[in-house]
Design a protein around this ligand. Structure first.
Ligand code: HEC
Ligand code: HEC
Ligand code: HEC
Ligand code: HEC
Ligand code: HEC
Ligand code: HEC
Ligand code: HEC
Ligand code: HEC
Ligand code: HEC
Ligand code: HEC
Ligand code: HEC
Length: 491
């Protein structure tokens, strides 16, 4: 009968403290006495996740939490370590958090890699004193009153993490001791971005420091494993921007990454690993992530396509597009799905971009320009093709056309220049470039034709000479035979 009651007791205890199995509720004399003595750590601990899961002060400080005798509770023999300092702090946190066996006892589904990630991160380096690591677990999570990151009071909750990271990264005196080359304007710029502006209004779904950099394993942007390394960055942004359910309350599309991946830029960066092609941040900024405003797009593209942007800025389109709110380069090339530009873009048929705005009745000057430009480009191309054919023909006939072949490069060059010169949207300027090419093309044409004519001249010349020589040879032969016969007859 006695055992029966005991079993019920154990069951009830097990119900109240399922994690602890059969142990009694945790006694925490440390907490009691420290509360009585007005310690702020004790007050904070009442809200601490560790308190909530049944851990005591001794979990981190050691000592005996079961006695209200101060000396016994905080005696070295009971393992009391006092106030932990330096690397000891991270060691204490990891004694549980890096131990899957321990965490399993608490039914925890948390990862157990924080310490190992931190060790290999940029923050895992030594502090200036050289005696301890630059950053400990408590630097970002505090030591008392620790709550899960999802709790609004956590220093790493999206609401607060900007300031937590910024406490060092915006501090010029602190940062210059470590690495003077690192800018200290991340928070300042972040506040100007759409992410930062919405964040200030309480939107916690926008990107914060750890969405782009990670939390424990933060690496330098130049490290190929970093989330912001050029080739990894588009997926980092896509994590949210391609997630239609995450973005469903926002009125923006979720196709940027998909389109970007199919673009010349995405293909160059992600497939060919060409680091000169732009990733999302080259157009949107690192921390000031804003869409470039309509009037600044050409500057953004111009960081790489300098000539196109320069010509565009002096073109009649610059003023007209800006005042009509047409997004500059994007109007003709799009923003994310930028594909290889071809001659098809220009002209007045329905595939050409020009015909979207120019027709015989609407902006007719542009219509005429587009039509003429297309005609000029086409004739340059035809000339080039024709010249190529003639040069090949002459070469096959064994004629020397090295010079003409060399000049063909100038034609190709002027065709390339013409593709860029389009952006002046000025027929006169365009004609200068194309005419240069047309003049060379016409020279090549005559040189190649001359070579071919020479060939025929020589060939026919040779033929006639051979004929004459043959006739002469035959007559000579006959003449000799006749003389021989005459001589025979005379003998
Ligand atoms: C009966 C009261 C009492 C109990 C029980 C008690 N403490 Fe204290 N504790 C104090 C007082 C008072 C101080 C400040 C005086 C001092 O530094 O000795 C203190 C100081 C500390 C300090 C700061 C030491 C330092 O080096 O700055 C820590 C940490 C601490 N206690 C943790 C604990 C832990 C953990 C337990 C339980 C295992 C515990 N205390 C139990 C009263 C108590
Ligand atoms: C999760 C680990 C952890 C737990 C649990 C914990 N502490 Fe601490 N405590 C620390 C760390 C780390 C420090 C030293 C670093 C700091 O204060 O930033 C510290 C420092 C202290 C100090 C010294 C403060 C000072 O500035 O001198 C006292 C006192 C203290 N703790 C009391 C307590 C008491 C009382 C409890 C339980 C109510 C408790 N701690 C629970 C980690 C912990
Ligand atoms: C005695 C073991 C132990 C120590 C020491 C310890 N923790 Fe914990 N910690 C836990 C357990 C157990 C949980 C609850 C796990 C759960 O609910 O999944 C927890 C939860 C947390 C959480 C909340 C995580 C979440 O998302 O729910 C954070 C943050 C945390 N600890 C940080 C720290 C830091 C920082 C230190 C050192 C200053 C530390 N812990 C020391 C055992 C420990
Ligand atoms: C540089 C700041 C920083 C340091 C240092 C740091 N953390 Fe964190 N920690 C974070 C951030 C930010 C998050 C939230 C990440 C998220 O929500 O994705 C986090 C989340 C956590 C969580 C919740 C589960 C998880 O892994 O996301 C635990 C547990 C935790 N940290 C423990 C630790 C421990 C233990 C240490 C020391 C070994 C530590 N942290 C050091 C910033 C830090
Ligand atoms: C205790 C101060 C401190 C805190 C808090 C801190 N950092 Fe740092 N961080 C540094 C220092 C110092 C360096 C330079 C380390 C080095 O490379 O020598 C650094 C380096 C970095 C770098 C690499 C910079 C580069 O160009 O190499 C990134 C990225 C970074 N931190 C992001 C963060 C984020 C995100 C947070 C918040 C989750 C954060 N930091 C919190 C001090 C801090
Ligand atoms: C939207 C993504 C994003 C957010 C949010 C973000 N960063 Fe960055 N961060 C980047 C990118 C991209 C780079 C630069 C990569 C490169 O140089 O190629 C960078 C670079 C850095 C660097 C290296 C120095 C520099 O400025 O180039 C530090 C330090 C840094 N970030 C800290 C932070 C801190 C602190 C926060 C929060 C206030 C933060 N970042 C928020 C994307 C982000
Ligand atoms: C944590 C999720 C998250 C990550 C990661 C993220 N963003 Fe955002 N971003 C958002 C949310 C949410 C908005 C708000 C949508 C809106 O503007 O209505 C936003 C807005 C923007 C906007 C403004 C859109 C507009 O016109 O209103 C741009 C541009 C942007 N993000 C670019 C980026 C870039 C580039 C990256 C990567 C370097 C990135 N974002 C990473 C969540 C994220
Ligand atoms: C070549 C430059 C460029 C690249 C690369 C780029 N963007 Fe954009 N992005 C733009 C321009 C231009 C706009 C439109 C601005 C406008 O019309 O005001 C834009 C608009 C946006 C917007 C606002 C909503 C929309 O779709 O119009 C978001 C969000 C965005 N980009 C995210 C991204 C992300 C994520 C990446 C990387 C996968 C990326 N962008 C790559 C130039 C670029
Ligand atoms: C960081 C530099 C960079 C930025 C910024 C950039 N581009 Fe590019 N762009 C490139 C590179 C590199 C290529 C060549 C890719 C390839 O073909 O391998 C390219 C290719 C192109 C092409 C195809 C060229 C062709 O020969 O057909 C067009 C069109 C183009 N970009 C337009 C734009 C526009 C419009 C913007 C602004 C919205 C922009 N680019 C921003 C670097 C950049
Ligand atoms: C999105 C509409 C749009 C597109 C597309 C467009 N244009 Fe225009 N274009 C304009 C506007 C608006 C003007 C200014 C008309 C004015 O000032 O009266 C203009 C002016 C011009 C002018 C100057 C005409 C003059 O008045 O001297 C030329 C040349 C021109 N465009 C050529 C082109 C060519 C070539 C293309 C195709 C590659 C093209 N445009 C595509 C809207 C467009
Ligand atoms: C009104 C339409 C229009 C606008 C606006 C426009 N482009 Fe173009 N772009 C074209 C056309 C048409 C071609 C193709 C010419 C060809 O191949 O014959 C082209 C070709 C290109 C090329 C490939 C040829 C080269 O120069 O290497 C690049 C790169 C380019 N554009 C970038 C830009 C940039 C950057 C801007 C903004 C400063 C811009 N474009 C604005 C119509 C436009």
């Amino acid at each position: 009968m006695k055992y029966y009651y005991l079993a019920i007791c154990v069951c009830i205890l097990g119900f109240i403290y399922p994690d602890k199995g059969m142990t009694a509720p945790p006694v925490n004399q440390c907490l009691n006495c420290h509360l009585e003595n007005g310690f702020k750590e004790a007050v904070l601990f009442k809200k601490d996740i560790h308190y909530q899961v049944g851990l005591t002060c001794a979990g981190c400080h050691g000592g005996n939490p079961n006695t209200d005798d101060m000396d016994k509770a905080m005696s070295k023999s009971a393992g009391f370590i006092g106030k932990p300092k330096g690397d000891v702090i991270t060691k204490i946190c990891s004694s549980c958090h890096s131990s899957p066996e321990f965490m399993k006892k608490y039914d925890s589904k948390l990862p157990t890699n924080q310490a190992s990630l931190l060790k290999t991160s940029v923050h895992g380096r030594l502090s200036i004193s050289g005696k301890e690591k630059l950053v400990q677990c408590s630097t970002c999570h505090n030591a008392h009153g620790i709550v899960p990151p999802s709790d609004l009071n956590s220093p790493v909750n999206p609401r607060n993490v900007i300031n937590t990271c910024g406490s060092c990264h915006s501090n010029a005196n602190f940062m210059k001791v470590y690495k003077p080359s690192i800018p200290i304007d991340q928070v300042e710029k972040y506040r100007t971005s759409i992410h930062g502006i919405l964040h200030a209004k309480g939107d916690l779904k926008v990107a914060v420091c750890f969405s782009c950099h990670g939390s424990h394993g933060i690496l330098s942007p130049s490290d190929v494993r970093s989330m912001v390394y050029k080739t990894n960055l588009p997926s980092t942004c896509a994590h949210c921007h391609s997630n239609s359910s995450y973005m469903k309350n926002y009125k923006i599309p979720t196709d940027q990454f998909k389109n970007y991946s199919m673009s010349v830029h995405g293909n160059a960066l992600l497939v060919k690993h060409d680091l000169s092609a732009p990733a999302c941040n080259d157009c949107h900024g690192n921390h000031g992530a804003t869409p470039p405003g309509v009037e600044s797009i050409s500057q953004v593209c111009g960081t790489c396509h300098a000539l196109n942007a320069e010509l565009f800025s002096t073109s009649p389109h610059k003023k007209a597009f800006d005042s009509l709110n047409y997004p500059e380069c994007e109007t003709c090339h799009s923003n994310h799905l930028i594909i290889t530009a071809t001659d098809k873009l220009i002209g007045v048929d329905n595939k050409a971009v020009c015909s979207r705005c120019h027709s015989q009745t609407n902006n007719p000057k542009g219509y005429i320009a587009a039509k003429t430009m297309k005609m000029l480009i086409d004739s340059l191309e035809n000339y080039e093709k024709n010249d190529n054919k003639l040069i090949n023909e002459a070469e096959q006939k064994g004629m020397e056309v090295g010079d003409a072949k060399y000049k063909l490069r100038d034609v190709q060059q002027s065709r390339l220049e013409a593709r860029t010169a389009v952006h002046a949207f000025n027929l006169k300027k365009f004609e200068v470039v194309v005419n240069k090419g047309l003049a060379v093309a016409s020279d090549i044409h005559s040189e190649a034709m001359n070579a071919i004519n020479d060939y025929f001249f020589r060939r026919y010349g040779l033929g006639i000479a051979t004929l004459i020589i043959t006739i002469l040879a035959i007559s000579l032969y006959r003449f000799i035979r006749r003389i021989e016969r005459k001589n025979k007859n005379n003998v």
